[in-house]
Write a protein that binds this ligand. Sequence first.
Ligand SMILES: Cc1cc2nc3c(=O)[nH]c(=O)nc-3n(C[C@H](O)[C@H](O)[C@H](O)COP(=O)(O)OP(=O)(O)OC[C@H]3O[C@@H](n4cnc5c(N)ncnc54)[C@H](O)[C@@H]3O)c2cc1C
Length: 402
Amino acid sequence: MSEFHDVVIVGGGLVGASLAIALDRMGVDVALVEATPAGGLPPVFDQRNLSFAAATVNALQALGVMARLRAPTGPILRIHVSRAGDFGRVKLDAADYGRAAFGQVVVARDFGEALEASLSALQRLTRYRPARFVRLGGVADGRRAVVVADADGTRSLQAKLVVGADGTASMVREALGIAVDRHDFQQTLLVARLRTSQAPDGTAYERFTDSGPTALLPRGDRHYGVVHGVPRDEADAVLALDDAGWLGRLQQAIGWRAGRVLESGPRSAYPIVQVLAQLLVGQRTVLLGNAAQTIHPLGAQGFNLGLRDALTLAELAGESADPGADDLLRNYVARREEDRHRTVAFSSGLANLTGNPAPLLRPLRSAGLMAAAQAAPLQSWLVGGAMGFRGDVPELCREANG
Ligand SMILES: Cc1cc2nc3c(=O)[nH]c(=O)nc-3n(C[C@H](O)[C@H](O)[C@H](O)COP(=O)(O)OP(=O)(O)OC[C@H]3O[C@@H](n4cnc5c(N)ncnc54)[C@H](O)[C@@H]3O)c2cc1C
């Protein structure tokens, strides 16, 4: 006998877990299928530093998740963008835009714990964990079958809507036969916690050199989160550097904006590939978050965008008796189009500010950042990315939505 839920979410990572919380708030009966064992966090909740856009902070406050964060978050008060060999720079101040902060820096692990605390408090949610998505079954009587495997074997679930929030290598996407457009940036990002002689003052730095980008994010624990991009074929050598070599390399990349680089935590490496699903929906099935679009992390947009996917879906599901109806899914795709398109363009555009030829930004680069710094379009482009209000903004992302 199969178990029935309004919505079955495959993947309890950043987006799937957030969606479960948002849907529960709408009174929807949800099951969350997560492959990794209970009692720990999925590995995606690691030491990476997540920059939450203002829209994301608003929504996570309304969902009660921000209040469950135990470690202090780091407000982004200013953004400073510069390019080696170019005397210009772009400086943005949240106060000039009438805001206390552009966003907040949160360590993924802390966020995972806050999400887990929120999930545990939900009364309606059913969790299958560890349970792995195996395949999609057919659609009949307004329900989609989905087969999952756990320690006892396989079981069949039924849902009005199945959500693929199972990340970049989404099996739900594969089961739907949806093709992807892949672009390998041939770049690896190295991420670490960094202590410098000047503690963060709320400024986030983005620094571009011909060999790759480096970002410093002001964490809430008096450290920076550093993101250092290197050409893929150099990544192993940079990972193998001793501490002195690594710190020297970072100092050279960043300059002296944050003072002397003193100490680094362990480095983790992420090869960067963009994966865009060519379709977002199938019959009674939808792809969200990284399963729908995995984008370059440099612009700090991936989760912010995926959360807006999740909140839009939750809004539509809350207004309908049938969250998997064709017209609801069509409406979902239409509502997500502009944000998705602009955010993907933003992320790859920012990535291309590095040494690679950049169709989008070549005019800016040749004119120099000094000229660009005066250009309102560049500034509003950067601010748009930092704050996350794009296209059809979900209700919970707006101010004072409590
Ligand atoms: C270095 C780095 C820095 C980043 N910084 C930022 C940032 O500052 N801001 C930002 O917004 N984004 C950032 N991102 C992007 C962000 O991490 C992703 O957008 C986000 O993790 C996507 O969430 P997701 O839930 O879609 O996928 P994931 O987080 O990958 O979660 C997928 C989940 O599905 C589960 N799963 C997979 N397959 C199955 C299966 N068959 N059955 C059951 N479960 C399954 C996995 O165990 C996992 O828990 C960064 C990414 C990187 C790599």
